[in-house]
Design a protein around this ligand. Structure first.
Ligand code: SF4
Length: 71
């Protein structure tokens, strides 16, 4: 599973970074970027997804063959 931010929808409010700074960071453009999709705490991620005012955060299946969704 990987965490995705749709930067076209992100307004840079910083809520996701405040809730889960290990995963989200506001970058130089003032928008949220995903810095890590590893060891995700599902509860915290759900809070961030539900707390995003524009619905810009989602989780997607990935094909990295490293994380648990591929085991
Ligand atoms: Fe962007 Fe949503 Fe994060 Fe706010 S909570 S910075 S709108 S991704």
């Amino acid at each position: 599973m990987k965490v995705v931010v749709n930067r076209d929808n992100c307004i840079g409010c910083g809520a996701c970074e405040a809730l889960y700074p290990e995963v989200f960071q506001i970058d130089d453009e003032g928008l949220s970027t995903v810095i890590s999709s590893e060891n995700i705490d599902d509860e915290k991620l759900t809070e961030a997804i539900e707390g995003c005012p524009t619905g810009a955060i989602s989780k997607e299946e990935c094909d990295c063959h490293k994380c648990e969704c591929q085991k």
